[in-house]
Design a binder for this molecule. Sequence first.
Ligand code: NG6
Ligand code: CA
Length: 499
Amino acid sequence: MKPLLFLLAALCLGLPAVAQQKPNVILICADDLGYGDLSCYGATKIHTPNLDRLASTGLRLTNGHSTSATCTPSRYAMMTGQYPWRRKGTRILPGDAALIVPTDKKTLPGVFKQAGYQTAIVGKWHLGLGEKVEKDWNQDIKPGPNEVGFDYSFIFPATADRVPTVFLENHSVVALDAKDPIAVDYKNKVGNDPTGKEHPELLKMKSSPGQGHDNTIVNGIGRIGYMSGGKMARWADEELSYTFLARAQDFISRNRKTPFFLYLALTEPHVPRVPATMFKDKSGLGARGDAILQLDWVVGEVIKELEAQGIAKNTLVIFTSDNGPVLDDGYQDEAVSLLNGHTPAGPLRGGKYSALEGGTRMPFILNWPGKIKPGVSDALLSQVDLLRSLAGLLKQPLLKQEAGDSEDQMRAFLGTDKKGRSELVLQGGALSVTKDGWKYIPANKGAGYDALVGIETGNSEKAQLYNLVSDVAEKDNLAEKYPEKVKELEALLDKIKNK
Ligand code: NG6
Ligand code: CA
């Protein structure tokens, strides 16, 4: 039909002349990926072509942050639009924790659902499941992701190094054999499975001294926490990524005709790093580098799926990570010895667990063909802003007190505003605040260096003030030189804390 005829026919039939399909949104979150881990962020020892392409055809943020330097709090903020430290119990959760995301408040997936989207999470959850710690893993477990706004969920409960090492689809454990029920305990050993502590000779990857990871052995790897049963349901680490990818592709193809929101929470390069055969020894940087290659590949496959379904143009892809990098986080996997001069945090100081920039300044890429002009932006942005920004994009109402720390920064996320936030609180061990290129970390008594993981924590008995514009590596503490600035930022931090 000629366009004019179609228009006339559409008008006569009362149909909208142009079918305006709402954009799909895919939020991909890596786990422990550092600011310097991708070649588009300056890495030279590793090449990440798929993410580089996403960045070169989209917007690459240089000052985009997670709220926190560990997983649970960062993801809590992404889901709720609230700083995690406002609420108790949002630190790194064990694998049997109860759900910490409120079921009666606005959430990121909830906003999409309200806008008529199909919503899904595929990947790492780590925000707790069920009402209590004590729960029966052999029954339906509620509440969880499906109760906070996801129509579909395919997750693992916590981290790859924590039991139970199983997938849950919606409310139940995948491939569970009723004759081999699962039991989980984080205090006492359950069942007869060997532990890493009792039987280190059974391990295919040694745990690092002093870092735990020596409880139940699953797939030759000692985990945090004890489990028994569920032998058929246990995952093979080598297949984690394929499994998540297949579920993501399936969700995308099923929903190619309806607007959808997919939160794809990938596990790389978190420990234990056990990439698929295809990536083994391919990076030359050991298992951590191989895991990054795998991550890059998965992202490439997701984009291919969008293209194959003909919906790439109408899809906003957001890529980021939940916290900064760590090399030795519990296993002796040669991440340190084979580093080969790679700098996971790029020019930044600190890493995972740290109040320094390496803890929270993240790779952060937004790609929306035709809508986002390719470029780089130094705007100050946080993952906590995604909720209100995307709600604005979807024209969904959000009261001021809902998602109270989330700002509508959609223009900055699309690259048309280059400033972004005026201030942001960051959570390492200590809370710090950043404003107009300055960063203030209050004096505190915590140790300055975490020897187990080999990371500077950013703690110091002296107040710290850095000028991030001229000194992104936070080398030059200017607190004594600019006491007024320190006072101003101290008051600002207090004000935000007490909001
Ligand atoms: C820590 C674990 C670390 C990792 C982290 C969670 C120890 C000594 N270390 O407690 O291995 O699992 O928790 O990482 O147990 S996160 O990215 O999910 O926050
Ligand atoms: Ca993490």
